[in-house]
Write a protein that binds this ligand. Structure first.
Ligand SMILES: O=C1C[C@@](O)(C(=O)O)C[C@@H](O)[C@@H]1O
Length: 680
């Protein structure tokens, strides 16, 4: 069975001898079993889902075929046919209703109700990465919540648009520094034929608004139906209205669903039972001005929220500084008593702004480009950072970019990002000088971290004794972090490049698409390929065949060199090809791309037995001028192709997260580079 790398942990006690790397068995049932319902003549979506999943697919007219067919095959069926046979459906597969919003068929909510999930899409502009994100979440193959709970501080941007269309042009800027984005469903204003707006937007309207937002952002979405008593517009006379709208949010694959604490227990329980991979934020707001943080009932409120909440949020309107002190006392005592679930607590109103800077879990932020603030006293990310700095909570650090001339545009991006977020840090770019220069920079008094491009060979840097698991296994450090351990400052050598490669690979494919499939890797040396091997192994890839080098290090298990045409003939068909060759050798990959070309439309080829098999992925890590265009050739041969600009942008996102704890959307990195698709 394939092995998967556990790459997250940073070990500061293990020194950098080539030790064993932590591995974890991939669950055997990692190929999901799905049945997709689709509209008449809209079965293309089944092929796309299957392609994203890396699984074969079939369309059928009978549920009996679906039950007896291979589990790994994705089945598609016209929704009208499924409805007539629904009585005999045994729920042995995850049932997803797909609906084409700009297609000819009206959406039938009764079909949605009988399905586990619903996927809404447009064909006029299609977003394959949205399919990958939706499937990865509902299948539990990614966990944004788990990732966010590891961050020291998290924020959410609360959008207050009556129509999401208005947000789209500025979305990348709005979301710089945000870890999640909130859609205030209660603030959406659905236009009515009579020129007015509906009191409660219809599910159809809400679904389409959510779809639009999700197509344009990679941030986890928080879906909120705020009630009238808590500064929202959702009427409170019928709690079932909340149940209906929040259930749909789960079916649409929202990462977070905001569930107000006043809702009856059975509604909150049923939502928790159905939440699947979505997370619940238990929400409580008090605008009375009489709330007491230190009253015994306040702890009870937290405990009630914690029953079904993955996060408990308690926000109250205050008038005095004293109440800020009381909240901070409550925060410390409650999280000492109950470290889980995380507590997001703050005081609203101008007096409470201090607590908006001290809260560390999902602090709501606003942005000058939003039409209005969502609640009294809300601050922007930049305002919070400035306040934290002035209170001594965010000391100024010197962050370095150490590298060659080629990477100076990355340096400019760091500067832009610091400015946009009002971070107090100083960014300095240092040209890589011989030998001791990196060690010298590390010893500067305010050294706060660095990225190093091209990366440093870990074994050549005795001044970096602590390495992350990834840096140790890959043998290369591209990011140096400064952490406090037992009151001591420690430098940690980390590697962000493998995460950039992994993020690129999983942009249009779910992680399980890679599991147990073969990969082909071309490079001049093992060092050039090791971040790719690590990324592939983290996705549970099967055998990795190499051309140009033989792997000998800690990542060499299941990595085999291809030395001859005979070897080539017995190779398993590769699902992914990565070229880590320099630009001038790029053309060497071309015959392979053509040999393993993907036949048919959209990279979907017929695999025999009436089954259609899925497409493949090509990544070219080379940058600089070249004689041929491997990406163009790959695309026309049916491959889904990515270049070094994609990988670099994802790597930059990861570096900024590691070095200054801020989230910058991939699209913002692309945008700020100002040069077409690429930064570097
Ligand atoms: O719950 C909250 C917090 C909030 O009310 C605030 O105080 O910032 C803003 C709302 O959009 C969000 O749902």
């Amino acid at each position: 069975m394939a092995t998967m790398i556990q790459a997250e942990s940073v070990s500061t006690t293990q020194l950098k001898e080539i030790g064993t790397i932590a591995v974890q068995e991939i669950p055997s049932s990692d190929k999901p079993a799905l049945l997709l319902l689709h509209g008449e003549a809209e079965d293309d979506i089944v092929g796309i889902f299957a392609d994203v999943l890396g699984q074969p697919w079939e369309t059928t007219t009978s549920l009996e075929d679906v039950k007896s067919g291979p589990r790994g095959t994705i089945y598609g069926m016209r929704s009208s046919l499924a409805v007539s046979q629904a009585g005999s459906w045994d729920r042995s597969r995850i049932l997803i209703n797909t609906h084409c919003v700009d297609g000819p068929h009206p959406r039938d909510d009764s079909i949605t109700e009988s399905c586990d999930y619903e996927y809404l899409y447009t064909v006029s502009t299609f977003f394959r990465r949205d399919v990958a994100r939706f499937l990865s979440l509902i299948l539990g193959q990614i966990s944004p919540h788990r990732d966010l709970t590891k961050k020291a501080r998290t924020t959410l941007i609360s959008t207050t648009f009556p129509d999401v269309h208005a947000a789209l042009p500025n979305l990348d800027i709005l979301s710089v520094g945000a870890d999640a984005i909130e859609i205030r469903v209660d603030l959406l204003e659905e236009p009515l034929p009579d020129g007015g707006v509906s009191r409660v937007p219809s599910l159809k309207y809400v679904g389409e608004q959510l779809m639009l937002l999700r197509q344009r952002t990679e941030l986890p979405i928080i879906y909120t139906t705020r009630c009238t008593k808590e500064n929202g517009r959702f009427p409170m006379d019928d709690p079932n209205l909340f149940f209906k709208y929040l259930t749909r949010a789960i079916q649409w694959g929202c990462e977070y669903v905001d569930v107000e604490l006043w809702l009856p227990d059975d509604i909150r329980r049923k939502l928790a039972e159905r939440k699947g991979c979505s997370k619940i934020i238990s929400a409580f707001h008090d605008f009375s001005g009489n709330f007491k943080w230190l009253a015994p009932e306040t702890q009870t409120l937290f405990e009630r929220g914690a029953v079904y909440g993955d996060i408990v949020k308690m926000y109250v309107l205050v008038n005095s500084m004293q109440e800020n002190m009381e909240l901070e006392y409550f925060r410390t005592t409650i999280q000492t008593k109950y470290p889980h679930p995380p507590f997001s607590g703050l005081n609203m109103g101008p007096t409470g702004q201090l607590t908006r800077t001290l809260n560390k879990i999902f602090t709501p932020i606003t942005h000058p480009l939003l039409p209005m603030i969502a609640a009294p006293g809300q601050l922007s990310a930049a305002q919070i950072n400035s306040a934290l700095h002035s209170m001594g909570q965010m000391p100024k650090l010197d962050i370095y970019g150490i590298g060659s001339f080629r990477s100076t545009s990355q340096a400019m991006f760091f500067e832009k990002c610091f400015n946009e977020l009002s971070l107090p840090h100083q960014f300095t770019f240092a040209e890589r000088a011989p030998k001791a220069s990196i060690e010298y920079i590390l010893r500067r008094p305010k050294f706060g971290g660095a990225y190093i491009s091209p990366p440093l060979v870990a074994a050549s840097a005795p001044y970096l004794p602590a390495l992350s698991n990834a840096a140790r296994a890959i043998g290369q450090v591209d990011t140096v972090l400064v952490r406090q351990e037992n009151g001591q400052q420690v430098f940690i050598g980390d590697n962000a490049t493998w995460k950039g490669i992994r993020a690129t690979l999983s942009r249009d494919f779910v992680p399980s698409a890679y599991s147990r499939r073969a990969a082909l890797l071309l490079a001049n040396s093992e060092a050039d390929a090791s971040a790719s091997i690590f990324a592939l192994k983290s996705l549970g890839i099967g055998p990795v065949y190499t051309i140009g080098f033989k792997a000998k290090g800690s990542l060499s298990a299941e990595v085999e060199p291809v030395r001859s045409v005979e070897d080539m003939k017995r190779l398993e068909q590769p699902f992914v090809i990565i070229s880590a060759l320099p630009a001038e050798k790029s053309l060497l990959v071309v015959p392979l791309l053509k040999h393993y070309r993907v036949n048919g439309k959209n990279g979907v080829s017929n695999g025999g037995h009436g089954m259609k098999v899925s497409g493949k992925v090509f990544v070219d890590l080379a940058s600089g001028p070249r004689k041929v265009d491997p990406l163009g050739i790959a695309t026309s041969a049916g491959w889904t192709a990515y270049g070094s600009a994609d990988v670099s942008a994802w790597t930059t996102v990861e570096m900024i997260r590691l070095l200054v704890g801020q989230n910058t959307p991939y699209d913002f990195v692309q945008l700020a580079s100002g040069v077409g698709r690429g930064l570097f």
